[in-house]
Write a protein that binds this ligand. Structure first.
Ligand SMILES: Cc1ncc(COP(=O)(O)O)c(C=O)c1O
Length: 304
């Protein structure tokens, strides 16, 4: 991991190596902490955060869902992101990780009296699933793990505890020789990847499942908007695994994964086994937005 100069902790810029917490930090033990994954891109006019407002709102919504009272407001958190990026001398694209967590002071499950802390870290980070993956597509395995069911887990919260499910699925997929996992919901329909939403293309129609058992993905929303702009027919409906196997194209979307083509699922070759034409079109359109090359969506960028 590329170290940066500073990490923002509860209003202060702290040297990267000094950004430490106590071993009895509540979140570390019970998993109730909420975070975001946000990206800043090096555009022609310098570093710019993509959809800062949406990510910060989702962070605060996640806190609300998991009954954490944030210690900073939306505006304060947005300013903190900017201050942090200004204080670090980044030369390339950056990944930003804000986290609201329960700190040190009490133990036991009842967290009502636990102190609330907030930190924001940022570091230079390239493509999550590899540059080759972005171009040629990745290999995906349908997970033996069911996506956290809505009856027991609140998946609209980007909460640390929810990611044990993702982490186990990802581990299993990589150990089996794949690059990413695709999880089914409790009824057997496609839910999402371990950290991405999922799309297929069939006969020119773009299909993505509803967000019933997935995060409300900011990238998915952007890609759907770009598809609408391009006049592509869209369906939001459930997808079965056999439908995935016979899709013409498939891809993942996520802040980290961006728009990553999928070239096979469970060893079934998808389409021609490479990035499909609609995937390429939407991937290019997405990169045009985040790099500030699409004037229609420049307002989604916060320049540093
Ligand atoms: C479980 C999960 N689903 C989907 C996504 C994609 O969401 P977004 O596009 O907002 O990054 C992420 C990443 O944040 C995720 O962790």
């Amino acid at each position: 991991m590329d170290k940066a100069k500073h990490i923002w902790m509860d209003g202060k810029l702290v040297a990267w190596d000094d950004a430490n917490i106590h071993i009895l930090t509540h979140t570390l033990h019970y998993g109730n902490g909420v975070f975001e994954g946000t990206r800043a891109y090096m555009t022609e006019s310098g570093l710019a955060i993509f959809k800062l407002r949406e990510h910060t709102k989702r962070l605060l919504n996640s806190a609300k869902i998991t009954r954490i009272k944030p210690n900073f407001s939306l505006e304060e958190l947005e300013r903190a992101h900017i201050e942090l990026l200004q204080s670090n001398d980044f030369k390339a694209n950056v990944y930003i990780r804000p986290i609201i967590y329960l700190g040190y002071g009490i133990m036991g499950l009842n967290h009502v009296k636990a102190p609330v802390n907030t930190a924001i870290a940022a570091w230079q980070w390239g493509s999550y699933l590899g540059d080759e993956g972005l171009e040629k597509g990745i290999r995906v395995k349908i997970s033996s793990f069911t996506r956290n069911p809505v009856s027991s887990t609140m998946g609209k919260a980007k909460a640390a505890a929810n990611y044990l499910n993702s982490q186990m699925a990802k581990y299993e997929a990589i150990e089996a020789g794949y690059e990413e996992a695709l999880l089914l919901d409790a009824e057997g329909f496609i839910a999402e990847g371990s950290g991405e939403c999922f799309f297929i293309v069939r006969d020119g129609v773009l299909i993505s499942p509803p967000n019933d058992t997935s995060l409300e993905s900011i990238t998915q929303g952007m890609v759907l908007q770009l598809a609408r702009d391009a006049g592509i027919e869209i369906q939001r409906r459930r997808i079965t695994r056999d439908e995935v196997y016979i899709a013409d194209e498939a891809f993942f979307t996520g802040t980290a994964a961006e728009v990553t083509p999928i070239r096979d699922v469970d060893n079934y070759v998808i389409g021609d086994g490479k990035r499909g034409p609609m995937t390429e079109q939407l991937q290019k359109a997405y990169f045009d937005v985040v790099y500030g090359r699409n004037p229609k969506y420049k307002h989604f960028l916060t320049f540093i």
